[in-house]
Design a protein around this ligand. Sequence first.
Ligand code: AMP
Length: 113
Amino acid sequence: MDSCLFCKIIAGQIPSDKVYEDDRCYAFRDINPQAPVHILIVPKTHVADVAECTEKDSALAGHVLKVASELAKREGLTNGFRLVTNAGADACQSVKHFHVHLLGGRKMSEKMD
Ligand code: AMP
């Protein structure tokens, strides 16, 4: 999608601190990290958010989670980590391209918001 920030990052039109890429997804460090490790795992196919995922996207969504878990291992997050995906206005989703945040390297708040 031409106007999508993450599509532009995936296409290399906007620089990113890439940590992983395969044929289906792309992962890079968040520009405004909320934890010592804060990585965004983004499917290469443009889907606005998890609520827009249909049955045909389920394997892709599963792959994104698997990559997130692999990256947690690679980043040494042996004490745990948090995966977050925001969907829509109430969740304050700011980039309308489905992505999962991998957060770790510190004790997370028990409050989820
Ligand atoms: P969300 O609010 O869930 O849509 O998350 C979007 C995330 O993208 C935020 O955590 C931003 O800090 C992050 N972000 C925005 N622009 C960039 C960028 N150019 N490079 C890396 N991360 C970005």
